[in-house]
Design a binder for this molecule. Structure first.
Ligand code: IVH
Length: 649
């Protein structure tokens, strides 16, 4: 129980960071809510086990840079997924003369606007609900945000800033042609854009705002009155907002919004039901995190139905065999989908799906779509069961299914699919970062038997590469140079490159800093491993098992002989350096690669910030420093040159 609580806290904090700070969620809101609800239930049943850092006790994730305090905390909404929850909400809040506002739940980012004497003074992001980032300059550029209003005294309004679907598509098309990473959805695009420092660039993102609450006293007795006031003042109010009397009207309007959901020019993911009368809201109060007078109702994730033509089996780097649904191509949230994951054999059994079936697919947090349902009523006579292979589809080796796992694995360490996967991970950007080593070349060299493990990369010669049809002398020389350069990668990267289960980029960093070299790490006890903050029982066991695998031991030996670095350059001992605990941000071009300087800062206990804020200690300005430099100077932050940084380091 205690372990599960800790695990849930860690998982949720991780996903908070991805969602709020990186704008790059890995799981769907639904999956997140289920984890969250599980944690709340466990904490309610065992209040003595509530951890001090539990996300149930904070509104959001901490913003990357600290900004200004909200005069009234920005709360979040409790989510519900079924009619029963709505009925329960209404029965708890209903009283004589009470009505409800039912409105679309826009999928963007919450922003608070403060006007004083009729002028827009301050715009803040939600941040952690207590403190937000100052985005006033950008919000002044949003067309649907009036810069002046006919209102004396202070007025705080809040609402959702969102990117219309058309602007989102335009932005991603542009980014694709510039080889920039795409935004997963309009919500991420909106919250990512809010933090842009260049307001001209921000304006091009075409964000809009719809106001959904007033947070200062205006003399209105109810929300609907305040919304009417806002409309008169020039704010954009959602025309689908409706005042409803009683449960039936509430249900009807929730359904009406859902019906038009996909015809709207912006993305919504649910409806919000709010008590209209302020007096009743006051009586109900809030839990500190959610108001008791409002609830969100989430619509089901977008689904599409199509026909399952076939199932193929893919072998990954760790040997895991994943069944892949080969589908009749179908449109889903704007993209054509022809493949989806079926996860594992248990999932296939649970769904009862057969080849030939009509299936429902759903996008899981905009990552890989998954098959969520088979429509039994439409099963054709020729439907055939999905047969899991008995042997690895790539190498014909035996498949194993450990007792505590649901997935089959190819146990053959020499399986070409596994080797290719391992090499691709090894050379990837977050690992050894060997530029110019593309998938096609890796596939070809592995198929020819030239690469049998990542260590073989270091035996490649320019002459043999130059002979290849698609490479030529210049690229071959470049690739060899990139391979050589990778020898000097810091230990944390080498460690991540080994592909040890559970050891991702950040854990590799932690382990490298804690143990300093591979020898120490390989011989460390389970208890010692578990004393590291981010390592739980399961992770410790997997790391220890990996270091007992003769193939991994051999790989490490070969890599070491090739000259790969397995030592922390300067161990991040608790030695205090002028960098320890200080935050740095780099702007402009330095004489060394930016990533290298950032690694150095981290290895010395410093923090690499992602934007200029008041709490930034140093801005390292290289050549052609731009708007970050101006902003730092404005905020009075210490700006240093690369040379000055060197003397510090
Ligand atoms: S009312 C105290 N109304 O949903 C509650 N929120 O999950 C104030 N949202 O942070 C929120 N559309 O960003 C409200 N019509 C609407 C909304 C809405 C979208 C967002 C908002 C909030 C989040 C809560």
């Amino acid at each position: 129980m205690e372990n599960r609580i800790k695990e849930l806290v860690d998982i949720i904090l991780y996903h908070n960071e991805r969602y709020y700070n990186q704008n790059d969620p890995e799981i769907t809101d639904y999956e997140y809510d289920m984890l969250y609800k599980e944690l709340v239930a466990l904490e309610n049943a065992n209040p003595e086990l509530i951890l001090p850092n539990s996300p149930t006790h904070a509104v959001g994730a901490r913003p990357v840079s600290w900004g200004l305090k909200h005069s009234v905390p920005m709360l979040s909404l409790e989510n519900s997924y079924n009619r029963g929850d709505i009925a329960h909400f209404i029965s708890k809040t209903m009283n004589t003369g009470i009505s409800y506002n039912v409105e679309p739940k826009m999928d963007g980012a919450a922003v608070s606007l403060t006007y004083s004497g009729g002028v827009l003074l301050l715009a803040l992001t939600r941040g952690d609900g207590i403190t937000g980032e100052d985005i006033t300059a950008n919000m002044r550029r949003v067309k649907t945000v009036p810069r002046k209003i006919d209102f004396k005294g202070e007025l705080i309004v809040r609402g959702e800033v969102f990117m219309p679907k058309s602007a989102f598509e335009r932005l991603n098309t542009e980014r694709a042609s510039a080889s920039l990473p795409l935004f997963a959805n309009p919500r991420n695009a909106a919250s990512g854009s809010l933090k842009l420092i260049d307001s001209d660039l921000f304006e091009k993102r075409s964000l809009e705002m719809m106001v959904y609450t007033v947070n200062t006293v205006t003399g209105s007795a109810a929300h609907a009155e305040d919304m009417a006031l806002c409309k008169r003042l020039g704010f954009n109010i959602n025309p689908l907002n409706k005042l409803c009397l009683g449960l039936d009207e509430v249900y009807d309007h929730i359904d009406a919004i859902e019906k038009v959901r996909f015809t709207l020019p912006y993305q919504i993911d649910g409806a919000v039901i709010k008590v209209n009368e302020y007096k009743r809201r006051e009586e109900l109060g809030s839990t500190g995190k959610f108001p008791r007078w409002a609830v969100a109702y989430k619509y089901a994730a977008e689904q599409a139905s199509t026909v399952l033509r076939d199932v193929t089996f893919q072998v990954g780097r760790t040997g895991v065999v994943t069944p892949v649904a080969e589908l009749e191509p179908v449109e889903l949230s704007g993209t054509t989908i022809s493949r989806a994951t079926l996860h594992n054999e248990d999932e296939i059994r649970r769904l009862g799906v057969m080849v030939g079936d009509t299936v429902f697919i759903e996008k899981g947090g905009e990552i890989i779509p998954k098959v969520v349902k088979a429509v039994m009523e439409r099963r054709p006579a020729y439907a055939r069961p999905i047969v899991f292979p008995e042997k690895c589809p790539e190498c014909g080796g035996a498949l194993q299914k450990p007792a505590d796992e649901v997935r089959f694995r190819c146990a053959n360490n020499a399986c070409p699919a596994r080797i290719k996967g391992a090499i691709k991970q090894f050379v990837s950007r977050n690992a050894m970062d060997i530029d110019g080593f593309g998938d096609a070349l890796i596939d070809a060299l592995t198929d020819e038997g030239r690469l049998k493990s990542p260590a073989d990369i270091y035996t490649l010669r320019a002459s043999e590469l130059a002979e290849r049809k698609k490479l030529g002398e210049k690229s071959a020389a470049k690739l060899i140079a990139a391979i050589e350069k990778s020898l000097a990668q810091p230990f944390s990267r080498t460690l991540f490159s080994l592909g040890i289960p559970q050891v991702g980029v950040s854990l590799a960093r932690v382990l490298a800093a804690e143990f300093g070299n591979i020898g120490t790490l390989m011989s460390v006890s389970r208890e010692r491993l578990m004393s590291v903050n981010d390592v739980g029982e399961k992770t410790a066991d997997m790391i220890i098992a990996a270091f007992h695998d003769p193939d991994l031991i051999e790989l490490i030996e070969k890599l070491r002989k090739a000259g790969v670095n397995f030592k922390q350059a300067r161990p991040a001992l608790q030695v205090q350096t002028p960098i320890t605990g200080k935050s740095f941000l780099i702007t402009g071009t330095l004489t060394r690669p930016r990533a290298e300087v950032e690694e150095e800062i981290r290895s010395k206990g410093g923090i690499v910030a992602t934007s200029v804020s008041k709490t930034l200690d140093y801005l390292i300005a290289g050549e052609k420093a731009g708007s970050k430099l101006a902003k730092a100077q404005n905020l009075g932050i210490k700006v240093i040159s690369e040379g000055e940084y060197k003397t510090l380091a």
